[in-house]
Design a protein. Structure first.
Length: 350
């Protein structure tokens, strides 16, 4: 039986590592990262081409995002929450490291937004850009390849709980900002109604209620929900491509605030997580490594969905998703190499 707390066992001997050296390991990890995130660029490129060729009409971006927000993403979250064995997966210290780290970086991103003179709603989007990792779409395949199957439960935790926490905080702030001119009591009441009606929160809430019953999902229901949920990330990536097709691509990617948010996501986020994992919550070495690797992932599509849902300007968000995904080829490989990870690391039997 594999032990999650066992020290890593490398697929190559010490002699082979000495022969090939860390430089070769870095190249292998970089190649693995490129292969993993290439589909992200290809799907965005497909959306961009469809937008430039005007294949889907002028309202395609908003329609696709409404599909994701109202159908695909709630189904994805419902399925994950309702069908996951949380009793087996739960690791309190790992959850705290991941959630606290993401919230701290979210706060830094929000401060960046306020410093550039944005309203609270747009600053909240900057917070999501900095703190929301692409755990489900990039994390699962990448960490499975470079570390091994031991990462699956941890990616599930980060992909679900961090998403719900960040989205929950973001939606509360967005709704409060939206209704702040209506007086305190009325504004809070309207904000509360807006939160309860938000489809992103309804999915996991219903999933939690179903999970508490202990009853398995009927197979036809689970299949239908899974099919819709699996469409969330591809549809959102196509929508980003369509959005980028409507404006100069170089100008979007070269925005200086995109650079600041990229540094927060790819450098500051894993650094904060490392401090929390090593010195505050003192995770076992392998689990700490997984937490840091997950924090080093690029920005996911979630912030863009929220941007479109609340009708905010998505230029910086789209640019950040692209920039972090591209730059992560270098930063992820560097961080994983510094952590001593080689492609195919597994856990010792115990």
């Amino acid at each position: 039986m594999r032990s999650l707390h066992a020290r890593p066992r490398w697929p190559c001997s010490a002699a082979r590592l000495a022969c090939h050296g860390p430089e070769n390991r870095y190249r292998r990890i970089m190649l693995t990262t490129v292969i993993t995130i290439l589909p992200v660029f290809l799907i965005v490129a497909a959306g961009y081409a469809a937008g430039r060729l005007k294949l889907l009409g002028p309202d395609a971006t908003s329609i696709l995002n409404r599909f994701v927000i109202w159908l695909a993403l709630p189904c994805l979250l419902f399925e994950i929450v309702a069908t996951t064995d949380w009793d087996r997966l739960w690791n309190t210290r790992f959850v705290l490291v991941s959630v606290v780290g993401s919230l701290l970086v979210f706060g830094l991103g929000l401060i960046v937004g306020r410093l550039r003179g944005l309203e609270l709603q747009d600053s909240v989007i900057d917070g999501l850009n900095a703190g929301y990792a692409n755990a489900s779409y990039a994390g699962f395949p990448l960490l499975l390849l470079v570390i091994g199957p031991v990462t699956k439960p941890y990616v599930t935790i980060v992909g679900t709980l961090t998403l719900m926490t960040l989205f929950g905080v973001a939606i509360v702030l967005m709704e409060m900002a939206r209704h702040q001119g209506h007086g305190l009591g009325r504004g809070l009441r309207r904000a509360g109604i807006g939160i309860l009606r938000n489809p992103v929160l309804i999915g996991p809430l219903l999933g939690t209620l179903w999970w508490l019953t202990g009853v398995p999902l009927p197979h036809p229901v689970e299949s239908a929900v899974s099919l819709l949920g699996n469409a969330a990330s591809p549809a959102a990536l196509v929508a980003i491509g369509l959005f980028l097709a409507q404006r100069p691509l170089v100008q979007t990617a070269a925005n200086r605030f995109v650079g600041a948010l990229t540094v927060l996501k790819l450098i500051v986020h894993p650094a904060i997580t490392a401090v929390l994992a090593w010195y505050v919550f003192v995770l076992p070495p392998q689990i700490a490594t997984i937490a840091i690797a997950l924090a080093a992932l690029p920005t996911g599509t979630g912030p863009f969905m929220i941007t479109e849902f609340y009708a905010r300007d998505g230029k910086v968000t789209a640019g950040t998703i692209l920039a972090t995904t591209l730059a992560s080829v270098i930063t992820l490989a560097a961080i994983l190499s510094l952590l001593g990870i080689g492609v195919g690391m597994t856990a010792k039997s115990g």
